[in-house]
Structure formats: structure tokens, C-alpha cells
Design a protein around this ligand. Structure first.
Ligand SMILES: [Zn+2]
Length: 424
């Protein structure tokens, strides 16, 4: 019995040590694994503290729960950082990868959204983020800023800056053609018109000065140039209806630049003509080309009074050198050369049409012109059977633009301009 008592006491003592040990090894000082081991060894029910500890311990093998929340200005954390990293990789974000969703991040998200066809609100929701992390997400392509391109734009250019310029020219009423990014003849004319109406040198080349004025608030709206009235009567210029030094030919263009060299050769860089008449010349030579008649040349167009004086004096001197008296030389000259003020060339509506290196009369070009010019608004101004009315010897090369309404009527009634206007 004595021995049994001792054994029982010993057993209780050991149990007591075990309980004390458990109490000393309080929660928080043990790893989850150790706590579990101790509990399992010590058996029964875990304490409330132990349950909590197990629940908050992260399990390295579990997948993170998918986040469906919106990332927007003010959001912070790992998801923002991940988004910034990806946007940086794609070129949309240039700021710091700091997990702070600020203005810069929102701006990058807007750029990304715009480039991917989503309306850019700068908030990264599920759809945006799915596209951001997709393998085929596009890298950032910057759109050209017109104001940031001070380079020169001219005919033949084909790019985004031309397109922006065309858009602006159209807004202001200078361009009537397409906004297609292609700097062609129509765009050149629109640039020249803008320059002309805004006090710049009108060369049709959009250099820095033109572009900066064009995109500024100071750019003027286009003023419509009046379209010539097709029913207005043609101007008469002859020896009895002269023009003086105050007369100004309207809307002159340089024919060498204005007309296609595929249609006609302009003999002289400075030959000018009225714009409407020049357009009719293009139609005329296009029609001739379609009929198989080419090889045209323009040897005269607009003339100033001063230039006409030079021509007249030259011819008088030529006759005098042949032995004529001054009076005789002047009267002989006036049969073929108009006195200054009496030439139709002052109007910019008359042109001398020739063929290089040959007499025009009798050529296939001359025959085609005599028959067809009327359909394009031109008349053969000085004809053989009208010499006594016009006062000039016949000139098969000299055509005058009067507009197609009048030219067709004059052909059909066989009237020269003086007869047609009742000024005989
Ligand atoms: Zn002429």
C-alpha cells in the first residue's frame, strides 16, 4: 500500500508538470505547427486563443481570392502597383510604380482605354484590367500633336500633320476637298488662299509661320471669292474701248504652276492668266488630249500696259529700221500690235496658243482649236471675215475667254464680240 501511494503521487506530479508546461508555452510564442503538435500531444480541445491563431495564419499554398473592386484615383496597394508596372511595360505609364493611384495612373489608363476602343474614364474596372493583362494588349502609340510639329508641310507630304492641317483649313472654310492626310493640289490651293487672306506670302507651302497662325485664334475665317456670273456680259477691249492704268486684271495665276505640263507647255515662267479662264484652258487641253491632239504651247497671256508699250515700240523700231517714216511705222504696227490700253491681253482673259517651232496656221492643233474652243468658253477673237469690224488682221492663235454661254451663242450666230455686244 505504501508503494502504491508513492506511485500515485509521482504520477500526479508528472501530470502537474505537463499542465504547467502547457500554461507557460502561451499562444503567440509558438508557430502554428508547434502549437498543433503540442495540442495533439497534449490532446483535447484547443483553447479559443489557439483557434484564432490558426485562422489568421496565411497558407502559402492557397490562391488569392480574385479582386473585383474598381481601381481609381485614391486606391492604393499591390493591385495598383501591378497595374502601374504593366502600363509602364506597355508604354502608357511613365510615373513611379508606387502603388498609389494618382492623376498619372488615371491618365495612363485613359490612354490605354482610348487606344483599345473603350471610352476613357481613367477607372480600371474588370474589363479594362482584363485587356491590360491580356497577352495581346497593344503598346502605346502616341497620336501626333499638330502644335508640336513645327516642320514644313508641302505638296507630296502624306501624314497625320497634314491631316490635322486639312481639318483646320476645312473648319475655317479654306478647304473644300477631303481631309485625307494627303497634301495634293487642292490642299496647296487652300493653304495659298489662307496665306493670301491672312497677310502671309502666298506660296502654298505650310511652314512654321503659316502653321502657327493657322492653329491660333487669330486665324481668319475664309472670305468667299465671288463666283463670276456666267450671264454677265464679256468685257470689250479694243481701240475704241480701252483700259487705263487704273484697270486691274482680276484673280491672276501663274500658268506654269497652275496648268499641268502634261497638257500644255507654258512658254515663259511669268505668263499669267485669270483663274477661271485658266481652269477653262485645262478643260480645253484635256478635251484636245482625249481627241488625240497634243503638243500645245501658250506663248502669251496677261500683259500690263507697260509691257504692251514695250511690244509696240519694238515693232515701230523694227519698221523704222526697214526705212519707214515714224508715222508710217506706227500705223503699220497698229495693224498687228494693239496700242497700250487697247489689247485684250490686259484682261488676263486672252491667250496666244501656238505649237513649238512651227507656224500655227494649218496645223492639226489650229484646226482643232478653231472648231472646238467654243465648247470651252473661248472664241477665236479676230477672224478673217470680221477684220473690218474688229480692226485687227485675223489671228488664228489668239483666243479669248468669254464663258461658254456667250461663246456658243457667238459661234451659232457667227458674231464677233463687237457685234455680239452691239458695239459696232
Ligand atoms: Zn494675242
Amino acid at each position: 500500500m505504501e508503494k502504491n501511494k508513492t506511485a500515485t503521487l509521482l504520477l500526479w506530479g508528472l501530470l502537474g508538470v505537463l499542465v504547467v508546461t502547457c500554461a507557460v508555452l502561451a499562444p503567440g510564442t509558438l508557430s502554428a505547427y508547434q502549437a498543433l503538435t503540442v495540442e495533439q500531444n497534449a490532446t483535447p480541445t484547443p483553447t479559443a486563443d489557439n483557434r484564432n491563431m490558426l485562422a489568421i495564419t496565411p497558407d502559402p499554398n492557397s490562391t488569392p481570392t480574385p479582386t473585383v473592386m474598381l481601381l481609381k484615383i485614391g486606391t492604393q496597394g499591390d493591385e495598383v502597383q501591378r497595374l502601374q508596372e504593366r502600363l509602364k511595360e506597355l508604354g502608357y505609364y511613365t510615373g513611379e510604380v508606387d502603388g498609389q493611384y494618382g492623376q498619372g495612373t488615371a491618365q495612363a489608363v485613359i490612354l490605354f482605354q482610348n487606344q483599345h476602343g473603350i471610352s476613357g474614364d481613367g477607372v480600371a474596372g474588370e474589363q479594362t484590367r482584363a485587356l491590360v493583362y491580356a497577352a495581346d494588349a497593344e503598346i502605346y502609340v502616341p497620336t501626333p500633336e499638330p502644335s508640336a510639329t513645327p516642320s514644313v508641310l508641302s505638296m507630296g507630304d502624306d501624314n497625320g500633320a497634314v491631316k490635322a492641317m486639312q481639318q483646320r483649313l476645312k473648319e475655317l472654310g479654306y478647304l473644300s476637298g477631303n481631309v485625307d492626310g494627303d497634301f495634293g493640289a487642292g490642299t496647296k490651293a487652300a493653304v495659298a488662299l489662307f496665306q493670301e487672306q491672312n497677310g502671309l506670302n502666298s506660296d502654298g507651302i505650310a511652314a512654321e509661320q503659316t502653321l502657327s497662325l493657322l492653329f491660333s485664334d487669330a486665324a481668319k475665317q475664309a472670305v468667299a471669292t465671288p463666283t463670276p456670273d456666267p450671264n454677265a456680259m464679256p468685257i470689250l477691249v479694243n481701240r475704241t474701248h480701252t483700259v487705263d492704268a487704273s484697270y486691274q486684271a482680276a484673280d491672276l495665276v501663274k500658268l506654269k504652276d497652275y496648268l499641268s505640263s502634261d497638257l500644255v507647255t507654258v512658254k515663259g515662267d511669268d505668263i499669267q492668266g485669270n483663274r477661271t479662264a485658266a481652269d477653262a484652258l485645262t478643260a480645253l487641253f484635256t478635251g484636245a488630249k482625249e481627241a488625240g491632239i497634243t503638243g500645245w504651247q501658250i506663248s502669251a497671256g496677261y500683259r500690263s500696259l507697260q509691257y504692251q508699250q514695250t511690244l509696240f515700240d519694238k515693232q515701230v523700231a523694227e519698221y523704222q529700221s526697214q526705212g519707214m517714216s515714224k508715222a508710217k511705222a506706227v500705223s503699220a504696227t497698229s495693224l498687228t500690235v494693239a496700242e497700250p490700253g487697247a489689247s485684250e491681253h490686259h484682261t488676263g482673259l486672252a491667250f496666244d496658243i501656238t505649237v513649238a517651232d512651227t507656224t500655227f496656221k494649218g496645223t492639226e492643233q489650229q484646226k482643232w482649236l478653231a472648231k472646238n474652243c467654243w465648247n470651252y468658253g473661248f472664241i477665236i477673237r479676230y477672224q478673217e471675215d470680221k477684220e473690218d469690224i474688229t480692226g485687227f488682221l485675223a489671228e488664228c492663235w489668239h483666243i479669248r475667254y468669254v464663258g461658254v454661254t456667250h461663246s456658243v451663242a457667238m459661234r451659232d450666230q457667227n458674231l464677233c464680240l463687237e457685234e455680239y455686244l452691239g458695239e459696232v
